[in-house]
Structures are given as C-alpha cells and as structure tokens.
Design a protein around this ligand. Structure first.
Ligand code: FER
Length: 298
C-alpha cells in the first residue's frame, strides 16, 4: 500500500501514466473489435442499399471538382490539408451548404475519397436531384504535426480529440472565408466513420449552434458516454434536423452505437438507427454516406 501511494505521488509529480493502471498492462485497443456481438430488436435496416453504380464516375452527368486546400492551423501550429469537393457549376454567385466528413483511425484527408468515391457519389445524386448541391470538406482529423497514419495508429487517438479546436478555430473559418458558403447551423452538417463517427458525436452533439445535421457511421470507442453528449435530450431533439446513426451487424464496435441508440430512444431523441449486414468496412460507410447526403439540407 505504501509503495502504491509512493508511486502514485511520484507519478503525479513526474506526470507518468495514472497510478490506477500501474499494475496492469494497457488494454490492446484492437480488442474492442473482439467483443461479442449481441443484436437487439431495433438492430435492422432503416433504408435500402444504394443502386448499382451509385458511386461510379459517369460521363453523362456533370462533374464537381475535388481540390486539396492548405490552411494554417493555429491549434496545431502547422500547415494542414483538406480535400474539398465543390459541386458541378460551383459559382461565387450562389451560396452553398457544407458537409464536413471525418475519417477513421487509419486514414487521413484522402480516406473518404478512397473508400466511397465521394465526388462521383455526390455528382450522381445531384444530377438526379436527390441531393442538394453542397460543398463537402474532408479534413485531417488527426490534429498533430505528423498527421500521417503511421506507426501505431491507435496511439494517435488523443490527436483525434484535439481536432475539436482545429475544426472550430481553423477548418470551418477557412472554408467560410475561401468558399461561397451559408455559414450557419442549418447549412452545416457533420458526419464521419469510426473515429470520425466518434468525433462527430463528441463535437456535433455538443455544438448544436454549429451543426443541425449529424451522421455517425460505426462510431468508435472514442465516443463519449451518451448522457455526457446529450444531457438535455429535449433540447438536443428540438435542434437537430436529422440524426443518422449506423453500424454493420458484423462490426465488433457495434456496442458503442447500440448504447447511443438505446439512450436516444429511451430519452425520445429523434434519430434514424440503421444496422445492415456489413462489418467495419468501406461498403457500409459508402452506403451510409449515400443515405445521409440525400437527407441533409432539404
Ligand atoms: C479502438 C478500436 C477502434 C479505438 C479506436 C478504433 C480509440 C477506431 C477504429 C477506426 O477508426 O476504424 O479501441 O480506440
């Protein structure tokens, strides 16, 4: 006991890891995927899978533009990059809503494009008038100087929490100053996959002054407890215009989104809970984005 107290005191002094964990090895973050999957009665599809070709580039539809935008981040104190999609016919004469789309723990600003062909997916929906013309911003959610997904990718989890400052202080102001946007909550959506799904819930539900549309796809264990994120369910329910929560029924992280769904349902917060037959994979995320993009800004 004495030794524990001493090491705790020393731990506090030299700021090593918390004393409560000193006797045990840190849990392997990947073990979160190995949890047994127990499905509940609500865990079923809420929408159909998209038609074939939903995200293939078509020659007979107008194409938007993808560009890499560099910005100075005050919080990370470095230059950072984000992919920005502008819709077909983008013009400074028109003002557009903006979807901020966040990647997973193994990805960066290119991951969404790689997983879902975001430009083709949006071009096709906009051509069919199934989605509002919108700007889609894919920033890098790992807010640290080396923001490449290198080495032990799980060690970068704290940088995903730090992204909150970069998002609100740098990413959104940069987009609103350089692009023709409607800079208010009703014209701003936040969505993400896995770590980005957790970030979406953590940042979106606590900043309803900034976002009215939220989509969390297979949110990861970085998700804060539902009662922390939604302490006043009536207020949250009133302010959100659309809230999509999805997961695959073969995804070992499903307990995170199930916990969120059960809480939201119990507290009467309107949301769409969609569970399909996929795992923690790109098809699930592309399908979820295809649904989300059709429901927002309209
Ligand atoms: C974890 C398991 C998975 C975790 C994060 C993830 C922070 C993220 C996965 C992804 O983004 O695909 O234990 O802890």
């Amino acid at each position: 006991m004495k030794r524990t107290l001493l090491s705790c005191a020393l731990g506090a002094f030299v700021a090593i890891s918390p004393c409560v964990r000193s006797a045990e090895p840190a849990p392997d973050p990947k073990s979160a995927f190995a949890r047994p999957i127990v499905l509940g009665p609500d865990d079923k599809e809420a929408f159909a899978a998209p038609p074939a070709g939903f995200n293939t580039t078509k020659n007979d539809v107008p194409h938007g533009r993808l560009e890499m935008v560099e910005y100075e981040s005050k919080s990370v104190k470095t230059k950072r990059r984000m992919q920005v999609y502008t819709p077909p016919g983008y013009s400074k004469e028109t003002k557009y809503p903006v979807l901020y789309l966040l990647h997973g723990i193994g990805g960066d600003e290119n991951e969404w494009q790689h997983f879902a062909k975001v430009d083709a997916l949006l071009d096709n929906l906009i051509a069919e008038k199934k989605a509002a013309p919108m700007i889609v911003v894919m920033p890098n959610g790992r807010a640290r100087k080396n923001d490449r997904p290198e080495g032990d990718i799980y060690a970068s989890a704290p940088a995903f929490a730090d992204f909150e400052r970069d998002l609100f202080d740098d990413v959104i102001p940069t987009i609103d100053s350089r692009f023709s946007t409607i800079p208010d909550r009703e014209h701003r959506a936040l969505a993400g996959l896995s770590m980005g799904g957790g970030q979406t819930l953590n940042f979106g539900l606590t900043h309803l002054d900034s976002f009215a549309w939220i989509g969390a796809f297979s949110p990861a264990p970085n998700t804060k407890p539902p009662a922390t994120l939604v302490p006043d369910p009536a207020a949250t329910g009133k302010r959100l215009k659309y809230f999509l929560l999805t997961c695959g029924n073969k995804d070992g992280l499903i307990n995170i989104s199930q916990g969120m769904h059960v809480y939201l349902k119990e507290k009467g917060v309107p949301h769409v809970w969609h569970v399909d037959g996929h795992g923690h994979d790109a098809i699930h995320w592309a399908h979820s984005l295809h649904e989300f993009a059709q429901r927002i800004f309209r």
